[in-house]
Structures are given as structure tokens and as C-alpha cells.
Design a protein around this ligand. Structure first.
Ligand SMILES: C[S@@+](CC[C@H](N)C(=O)[O-])C[C@H]1O[C@@H](n2cnc3c(N)ncnc32)[C@H](O)[C@@H]1O
Length: 280
């Protein structure tokens, strides 16, 4: 979410003469999501880490409109997905806009369920993805640990828990990042960061046809660090943690290619995956 990642294709198809109405979920999707590339990365990481385990089910926690759940079932005719979110509104959007782009058979392998991820007995999966930093809304260590324990218990034998994280010196600054897209402008507004609580407030605005829509999405987050996530995942039961760091393109931006590392590198802004590994 801190920066637009490399995109291959978008679920939002826009013809040359199409005039889009203001649609916060479509704009969000185009500006910050790359679910097609994301699911390919998850599959690759799973095959790299669990060479002998058959992979079938992905659960997408904090799924919102379920873009990742929809992409997952397109990858393989045996794959199933299940998205969980508290809020029925984005899920209804996904059922109306993303599901119809799947074949009937693919639709039968994907489901979105209204559920709190802090509840016990979450739907079982081989792999759980909680991305776009959504777990940062849990600000207390005990709360985040409870969530991680829930995930561990819901993994079906050897499995993976995929989270992402962003950081870098720029993340502590009050700055507004702007990206122009064909039909709208996207603003990532970092309102500020409190070093005492490690909390930050972030907002997404859009400009569309001359009108600026302010605070369309607001994120009041604790900025967890990679060592904190690793420690909490280990305490929750994960036997190993892998960190995948994003490479750099020729212009100095993110390449969209993530590789396993033991060490990162200091920079203005970075994104990484922190993956909890369950071995048994
Ligand atoms: C940042 S958005 C989701 C982003 C989405 N995962 C993506 O890839 O862009 C966070 C979502 O988490 C949901 N949410 C917040 N607390 C939750 C909880 N305890 N259980 C399940 N969903 C929750 C919100 O309703 C919201 O849709």
C-alpha cells in the first residue's frame, strides 16, 4: 500500500472511451493491489518451502473484496479459496464485481465469509495470506499474538502464513505520495508517526474528474517491525520464519520480485514478506 507494486494486469477492464464513475474499490484495486502477481508469489514460496506438501487451499484474511481469493482459484483447477472479513460491504462488492469475472466452475471454488479473525476455529487452509498490512490494526502484542495463534491452529498440517510489512526512513515522515492513473489520481497520505507508541495514521484520497475525495480509506496502525513479527510468530507456534525482501529496479524503485534473505538493506521505503512456517 505504501507504493504501487508492479502490475501485470488488472481485474478492472477499461476501454479507451469508458468513463468510470467514482468507485473506491475499483480505484483501490488499480492503485495498490496486484493479486495476480501476489498469488503466483505465494504458490512459488509454498513450493520452495514445503516441497512435498500438496497445496490446495488459500485463506485470505482481511479479504475486503476478495481480489486475492478470486485470483487463487484461477491458478489451478484444484485450488480453493476462502476470504474472511468483518465488513460485509467490500465482500458484497467483490461478489458483484470480481466473482462474475470467474467461470462458474471457479466461482464454486471460492467463498467470502463474514468473520472476525480473532475468533477461534477459523476455516482450515494450507496457506493463509494477511496482506496489505492489515494485521497492523492490532496494536497490542497480546492481540496480535492471539491472531497468529489462531492462524497457526487453522493451518492444515505443514503450511505457510504470509504477511507483508513496509518500512524505511520515509515512513516516519508526514508526507503525501501521489500517483496518476488513467482515470484518477491516488494519494497515499502519511499523517504522521509517534515514536513512543509506534503508531501511524495513513489515509488514501482519490481525485476523480476534478473532485478530490478525501479520507476514502483510513488506517490507524501500529508499525510493527520484522523482529517483532518473527518473535510473535515463534511464540504462536510457528517453527520457522522466512523473510522475502523486494529487489530494486533500474530506477531505484521496487522490482516486484521478492527473494529469501537473512539481511535487508536500509532505504527510504521498503516492502517485505514475513512468512511463518508450520512444519507439522
Ligand atoms: C486494509 S483492508 C484490507 C486490504 C486487503 N487485504 C488488500 O489486500 O488490499 C482491512 C480489512 O480488514 C477488515 N478487518 C478489520 N478487522 C478485522 C477482523 N478483526 N477480522 C476480519 N477482518 C477485519 C476490514 O473490514 C477491512 O476490509
Amino acid at each position: 500500500m505504501a507504493k504501487a507494486k508492479t502490475k501485470k494486469k488488472s481485474l478492472v477492464k477499461v476501454g479507451p472511451k469508458t468513463v468510470l464513475p467514482f468507485d473506491k474499490y475499483a480505484f483501490y484495486h488499480e492503485a495498490v493491489q496486484s493479486p495476480d502477481a501476489d498469488v503466483e508469489f505465494y504458490e512459488k514460496a509454498f513450493k520452495e518451502i514445503h516441497k512435498n506438501k500438496k497445496l490446495t487451499t488459500l485463506r485470505e484474511d482481511f479479504c475486503a473484496a476478495g481480489a486475492i481469493s478470486c485470483e487463487w482459484v484461477k491458478l489451478n483447477k484444484n485450488y480453493k479459496s476462502c476470504g474472511l472479513d468483518l465488513d460485509p460491504e467490500p465482500m458484497a462488492y467483490g461478489r458483484e464485481h470480481y466473482f462474475p469475472k470467474l467461470t462458474k466452475e471457479e466461482q464454486g471454488r471460492a467463498v467470502l465469509i463474514q468473520k472476525n479473525v480473532l475468533e477461534k476455529n477459523l476455516p482450515v487452509a494450507d496457506m493463509v495470506a494477511a496482506v496489505n498490512f492489515s494485521y497492523c490494526l492490532f496494536k497490542k502484542r497480546e492481540e496480535l499474538k492471539q491472531y497468529f495463534e489462531n492462524v497457526y491452529k487453522s493451518l492444515n498440517g505443514p503450511g505457510l502464513f504470509i504477511t507483508d510489512i513496509f518500512g524505511g526512513s520515509q515512513c516516519g515522515d508526514a508526507i503525501e505520495d501521489r500517483h496518476k492513473f488513467k482515470n484518477f489520481t491516488y494519494y497515499w497520505d502519511q499523517k504522521g508517526f509517534d515514536p513512543v507508541s509506534a503508531e501511524g495514521l495513513f489515509q488514501i484520497h482519490f481525485r476523480h474528474k476534478g473532485t478530490k475525495y478525501e479520507n476514502v480509506f483510513t488506517y490507524d496502525w501500529r508499525m510493527w517491525t520484522i523482529p517483532e513479527l518473527k518473535e510473535l510468530m515463534l511464540e504462536a507456534g510457528f517453527e520457522d520464519i522466512k523473510v522475502y525482501w523486494e529487489g530494486t529496479n533500474k530506477k531505484g524503485g521496487g522490482s516486484g520480485i521478492f527473494k529469501q534473505v537473512e539481511k535487508g538493506e536500509p532505504c527510504l521505503s521498503w516492502i517485505a514478506y514475513v512468512i511463518g512456517v508450520k512444519n507439522k
